[in-house]
Design a protein around this ligand. Structure first.
Ligand code: C2E
Ligand code: MG
Ligand code: MG
Ligand code: MG
Length: 293
């Protein structure tokens, strides 16, 4: 992609177009093939319940093992998939793979682990998303209460009448709904009144350095109080340091996700982590933590 290459005519048409527009057409072409050629994987990052000091769930996070570029981040290719009209197809693959995996865990002695699946706004635009969810659950024999769908507040607000109806249908199936990246979308709170859901996930932006930053403390305290008032769970995302976890626990947040506990990992590593109760307890024990005060 150097200037010399361009003049020698070495660029493919897709690369030349990308250079001209700043849009990665080659990656889009690859993305179209990625589903059928089996380049996607699901990784899992644990949710930890501080009360039981155990894994209570996991977020399914898609990984794309590109044949020449290596791992491509979902932060890069999900927006591309949405722009290219591929988000629905990819989302259907993720939902299916997540339900299949979670169903298989109950046979390995991890019956109470819920799976959280990220849903793109594009998936909700199709008719009958609730029926797709219902069919996928029954195909794998997964009890609906083990599935959680993560939506961003931007999605929740986009068309609140349609969203409200869909949320009702999904919750009627027994599926839980989480608001992801809470606090980073538009700041209207009116959708909290119109929509019914089960969990708020505090965005990492407010969790980072919450033990020392007054602004983050005010925001986290408000979200925790909001969750309590609404009678729903609050989970803190992106907990990287034990001090953040300690501060949040002290202020009433008991559900955690983040590198302090575990990174997203392949299924077998996730299962090994979830079974190692002693290792999880150690992440809470005072001797590995700084002394109080
Ligand atoms: P998200 O849903 O908010 O997922 C959490 C992201 O934060 C993940 O990044 C996770 O690896 C990262 N993370 C978790 N704990 C920590 C931490 O302690 N520190 C830091 N620095 N990061 C942490 P990932 O896997 O790269 O995914 C990025 C985003 O891509 C996700 O944000 C989600 O919006 C989207 N995404 C991922 N998988 C899917 C999927 O299957 N479908 C859809 N529609 N979107 C997905
Ligand atoms: Mg998420
Ligand atoms: Mg999130
Ligand atoms: Mg996030």
């Amino acid at each position: 992609s150097t200037l010399a290459a361009r003049h020698s005519g070495a660029l493919s048409p897709a690369d030349a177009l990308s250079q001209a527009t700043g849009y990665d057409f080659a990656l889009e072409q690859d993305l179209r093939r990625a589903i059928t050629s089996g380049e996607f994987e699901l990784w899992f990052q644990p949710f930890i319940d501080a009360r039981s000091q155990s894994v209570c769930g996991a977020e399914a996070l898609i990984r794309w093992r590109h044949p020449t570029r290596g791992f491509v981040s979902p932060a890069e290719f999900i927006p591309l998939a949405e722009a290219a009209g591929l988000a629905d197809e990819i989302g259907t693959w993720v939902l299916d793979a997540a339900c299949r995996a979670t169903r298989s865990w109950s046979a390995t002695g991890l019956p109470a682990v819920k799976i959280a699946v990220n849903v793109s706004g594009r998936q909700l635009e199709r008719d009958g998303f609730d029926r797709l969810v219902e069919r996928t659950l029954s195909r794998h024999g997964l009890p609906p209460h083990l599935l959680e769908l993560e939506l961003t507040e931007t999605i929740a607000m986009a068309d609140s009448r349609t969203a409200a109806l869909l949320f009702e249908r999904l919750r009627a199936l027994g599926v839980a709904i989480s608001i992801d990246d809470f606090g980073t979308g538009y700041s209207s709170l009116s959708y909290l009144k119109k929509l019914s859901f089960d969990k708020l996930k505090i965005d990492r932006e407010f969790v980072t350095d919450v033990d020392s930053r007054r602004d983050c403390q005010a925001i986290c305290q408000s979200i925790i109080a909001l969750g309590r008032g609404l009678g729903i769970n609050v989970l803190a995302e992106g907990v990287e340091r034990p001090e953040e976890m300690i501060w949040l626990r002290r202020h009433g947040c008991q559900l955690f996700q983040g590198f302090h506990f575990a990174r997203p990992m392949p299924e077998s590593d996730f299962l090994a982590f979830a079974r190692d109760r002693q290792a999880i307890t150690r992440l809470f024990t005072p001797k590995t933590l700084p002394s109080p005060g």
